[in-house]
Design a protein around this ligand. Structure first.
Ligand SMILES: [Zn+2]
Length: 382
């Protein structure tokens, strides 16, 4: 089952959600340069064409979910148990949902697509999303469509800006998130969380984000704080021509030979990929039965001293550090082309040991996500 998602088309073709995989696999066969492949924030112009290719291919399975719906619901359910009475009442008045119920919304909106009849919501019946059902009323669908329309192309891309809000791609070698790094842009996950926070503080929402109401801001926060704690939604590995990790921001990095791996979506693990592997949360973990130990650890997690609108920076830094663990004991084979897109095979020094470490880190990250979501909502209703 899945935990966090790089949304959008972030997973593999079968399981994408955290990332805009679409521009990659669709556009690369059409001759875009490696340099463009590396510079994710340069893919603006790919989207129109990529969308056409996607539409022509049709029928591809839809993404599974980053941190999956269940992972996001675990974060929300944990946070729900840590809210102050005041925050709980405010949440009820502004949104009328628990955080557990709200958490999947930002992924559900990805079912809104632009087609011959304009923007329309269409859930893929092959990939039912029970967590989206509550939003599929006439009014709910209108709200999802409205959000997507407002957040469609204002970031400079021709389509799907809202899908880029779910991730950022800082090279895992870095110690902190910085605006001038490769993989960072003004419409990434960190900026999206800041935008939702300032909206709830009654301040102007920065472009390119369009957040129409406190309810919408809460729906976004309930989801994005979860995404921020999936290590591969923040930290990324960039590979050179020999499939060795490289820092794309290093002065001596030859940018023509540095390749982005789309949050691990291009790193194959059997029939899946590294991103999807980290999306899958342990089967024993469900939002309906949050382990006592997680709740305890979340309760004692200290809040940052800075102002709430700055918390996201510290959290991003923390997730970036966590992402280093993802790449310990992991190796990649030289790239091959699959449907024209570059992919690498992933191998592990100790697969069983890696799985055990992964589950531990996932639980740690989910715990932090739940605790911090509650800290933020409590602070915003203080
Ligand atoms: Zn997401």
């Amino acid at each position: 089952m899945q935990l966090f998602m790089h949304t959008g088309f972030e997973g593999n073709i079968l399981g994408c959600k955290w990332r805009d995989m679409l521009p990659y696999w669709a556009a690369l066969p059409l001759g875009l340069s490696d340099k463009l492949e590396t510079r994710m924030h340069n893919y603006k112009s790919w989207f129109g064409l990529a969308t056409v290719v996607f539409a022509l291919l049709g029928g591809l399975p839809q993404q599974a979910l980053a941190w999956g719906h269940q992972g996001h619901m675990v974060v929300g359910a944990l946070a729900d148990q840590l809210l102050t009475d005041r925050a709980r009442a405010g949440l009820q008045a502004d949104l009328g949902l628990t955080l557990e119920q709200a958490a999947p919304w930002a992924d559900c909106v990805k079912n809104v697509a632009f087609g011959p009849k304009g923007f329309a919501y269409a859930a893929d019946e092959r990939w039912p999303s029970p967590a989206c059902t509550r939003f599929e009323t006439q009014e709910g669908v209108r709200a999802m469509r409205d959000y997507v329309v407002r957040n469609w192309d204002a970031c400079g891309q021709r389509v799907d800006c809202h899908k880029t809000y779910h991730f950022t791609d800082v090279a895992y070698q870095h110690l902190r998130y910085r605006a001038d790094y490769v993989g960072v842009n003004g419409h990434d996950l960190v900026h999206a969380i800041r935008a939702a926070v300032v909206m709830l503080q009654g301040k102007p929402v920065p472009a390119p984000f369009s957040i129409a109401s406190r309810a919408e801001a809460l729906l976004l926060l309930a989801h994005f704080v979860g995404d921020l704690h999936q290590p591969l939604h923040v930290g990324a590995v960039y590979l050179d021509a020999d499939a060795q990790p490289v820092d794309p921001d290093a002065k001596n990095a030859a940018s023509d030979a540095v390749f982005a791996t789309r949050g691990g979506n291009s790193l194959e693990v059997g029939s899946s990929n590294l991103h999807a592997m980290w999306d899958d949360i342990p089967d024993t973990l469900r939002s309906s039965s949050i382990p006592v130990a997680m709740l305890h650890d979340a309760r004692v997690l200290r809040a940052s001293l800075a102002k709430p609108e700055r918390w996201v920076d510290a959290w991003a830094q923390d997730s970036l550090t966590a992402s280093r663990e993802v790449f310990v004991g992991v190796h990649f084979s030289p790239a091959s082309l699959q449907k024209g897109a570059r992919v690498w095979q992933t191998s592990f020094d100790d697969e069983a040991g890696y799985r055990a470490r992964r589950e531990q880190l996932q639980i740690r990250q989910l715990t932090k996500a739940g605790a911090r979501l509650a800290q933020l909502v409590n602070a915003l209703y203080r």
